[in-house]
Design a protein around this ligand. Structure first.
Ligand code: DC
Length: 232
C-alpha cells in the first residue's frame, strides 16, 4: 500500500461483456490500487428489490431501498466478494434474473444519485491508502469522476462479447445459442446507451480501446503500459 496525498482515478467504461471486470481487477492488482466494480452495486440493489418484491417501477420505493442498503466490495482471489447488508451475495447478484431486472435500477435517477455519491466516496477516500482506484462501469468518466486522470473506453464487437458470454453461460450449465446471446448483448447495449441519465458515452478525452482480439491479460497489460508511459 502506498501513502500518497494524490489519489489517481482510473475510469473504465464500456459495454457489457467487453471484459471490463476482469481487466479492471487485473489492472488494479498491477497498480496496487483499489478495484471498484460499480455494476455490482446496481446488482445488489436489484437483488434486494427482487427479494423484497419492491415495485421496480417505483422510484420512491427503490430510492428508499438504496438508502438503506449497505454494499461492501471486498478484494478476493480469484473473485472479489460482494456483501449486501453483511451477507455474501457474490453469486446471487450474477443470475440472469438480476441481470435483466438491473435495467430498472440503472434507470432510476434517485438510485443513481445515491450510488454515484458512494462511488465518489470510495474513489476519493477509501482508495487513499492504496494511492488510487480503478472504477469500472458505464458512467465513470462522464458522471462519477469526470476529472479522472485516465478514462478508458473498453470496446469489443457484439459478436466477440456474445461468444465470451456464451462460454460463461455454458460453463454455468445454461444451454443457449450464439444468436440468442447476440440479441441479448445488443439489447443491453441499446439500454445502456440510450439511458437518459448515466448512459454509456465516450467523452472527448476517452482513450478508446477495441479489445475484440485480445485476452484479458493482454488488455490489462495494454492499459497498464499506457498508464506507465503517461504519468499524470
Ligand atoms: O456491468 P454490470 O453488467 O455488472 O452492470 C449491472 C447493471 O448496472 C447493468 O444494468 C448496467 C448498470 N450499470 C450502470 O447503470 N452504471 C454503472 N456505472 C454500472 C452498471
Amino acid at each position: 500500500m502506498k501513502q500518497s496525498s494524490k489519489v489517481i482515478i482510473v475510469a473504465i467504461d464500456g459495454p457489457a461483456g467487453a471484459g471490463k471486470s476482469t481487466v479492471a481487477k487485473t489492472l488494479a492488482r498491477k497498480l496496487g490500487y483499489l478495484h471498484i466494480d460499480t455494476g455490482a452495486m446496481y446488482r445488489c440493489v436489484t437483488l434486494k428489490a427482487l427479494r423484497s418484491k419492491t415495485n421496480l417501477e417505483s422510484n420512491h420505493d427503490l430510492e428508499n431501498l438504496a438508502k438503506t442498503s449497505n454494499v461492501e466490495l471486498k478484494p478476493g482471489e480469484p473473485e472479489n466478494k460482494v456483501f449486501l447488508d453483511g451477507e455474501d451475495v457474490s453469486k446471487e447478484i450474477r443470475t440472469p434474473e438480476v441481470t435483466k431486472s438491473s435495467a430498472f435500477i440503472a434507470n432510476c435517477v434517485p438510485v443513481r444519485k445515491i450510488l454515484v455519491a458512494r462511488q465518489q466516496q470510495m474513489g476519493r477516500v477509501d482508495s487513499a491508502p492504496y494511492g488510487g482506484a480503478v472504477l469500472e462501469g458505464r458512467d465513470i468518466g462522464t458522471d462519477v469522476f469526470p476529472d479522472a486522470q485516465y478514462k478508458f473506453y473498453l470496446d469489443a464487437s457484439v459478436e466477440m462479447r456474445a461468444k465470451r458470454r456464451l462460454r460463461d453461460l455454458e460453463k454455468a450449465g445454461t444451454q443457449t445459442t450464439l444468436e440468442s446471446v447476440m440479441a441479448d448483448v445488443q439489447a443491453r447495449d441499446d439500454r445502456d446507451m440510450n439511458r437518459a441519465v448515466g448512459g454509456l458515452r465516450k467523452t472527448a478525452d476517452s482513450i478508446i480501446m477495441d479489445h475484440s482480439e485480445l485476452s484479458v491479460e493482454e488488455s490489462a497489460e495494454e492499459l497498464y503500459q499506457f498508464i506507465r508511459q503517461h504519468p499524470r
